[in-house]
Design a protein around this ligand. Structure first.
Ligand code: URA
Length: 212
């Protein structure tokens, strides 16, 4: 895999979120931030139009996790409870994790967009861009070794030109310390039963990759 499609490399994470215009967080302040601090700050943030109609949902999980899963945006249940992946797609994600001997507490789970788009529509490009610094900060704080983008929106955050259909299950090595391992979004299998086995197969490939 050559990295010319790479949108966001680990080395550019720092500069990107520090310079991002919609979230002015001084570097020194960021250095002392924790995930609970981010949760708190997101509650009063108004940098995305969706904040007017939905509740903030930051990521959650093990802050020392080696694996981070990134979905698209919260759905109805996530909006109600303020937690990621707690609705039907989340239940299936739990099942997939369990199939490779992992629990939610072992990993960190987040989303590209931090608010539910109305009627669960696809997030707009500007909504993804406005929410991006939060995800960048989560990645920088968690420092995962493996990032699993779930579905095309999360994949596009890292690789603009890769399609999830061709990239799923194939690890993309970004650096010695970071690999992106794309997998279909669990919700896709709820609508298209054929993808269910593909998701289990990709999780199984992820397990093998982690054991290497
Ligand atoms: N789908 C997502 O992409 N994220 C969630 O948190 C729930 C469903």
């Amino acid at each position: 895999m050559n990295n010319e499609n790479l949108l966001v490399s680990s080395s550019s994470l720092w500069s990107l979120f520090i310079l991002h215009s919609s979230l002015f967080i001084p570097f020194s302040l960021f250095m002392n931030l924790t995930i609970p601090d981010l949760q708190q700050k997101l509650k009063s943030w108004q940098g995305c139009e969706l904040a007017k109609t939905a509740n903030p949902v930051l990521g959650e999980g093990n802050e020392n996790a080696e694996i981070m899963f990134i979905g698209e945006a919260p759905g109805a249940k996530e909006d109600e409870l303020g937690r990621p992946f707690v609705g039907p797609a989340g239940k299936f994600l739990d099942e997939l994790l369990e199939s490779i001997g992992l629990k939610r507490e072992d990993v960190y789970i987040s989303n590209v967009v931090k608010y539910r788009p109305p009627g669960n529509r696809d997030p707009l490009p500007e909504e993804k861009e406005q929410c991006m610094p939060w995800l960048m900060m989560e990645i920088a704080l968690i420092k995962p070794k493996v990032i699993v983008p779930l579905g095309r929106h999360a994949l596009a955050h890292f690789f603009q030109k890769l399609s999830i259909t061709e990239a799923h299950g194939k690890p993309q090595n970004i650096s010695e310390k970071l690999t992106v391992f794309p997998i279909y979004h669990p919700a896709a299998a709820l609508h298209n039963g054929n993808l269910r086995q593909s998701l289990f197969d990709d999780f199984s490939a992820l397990k093998k990759f982690l054991e290497q």
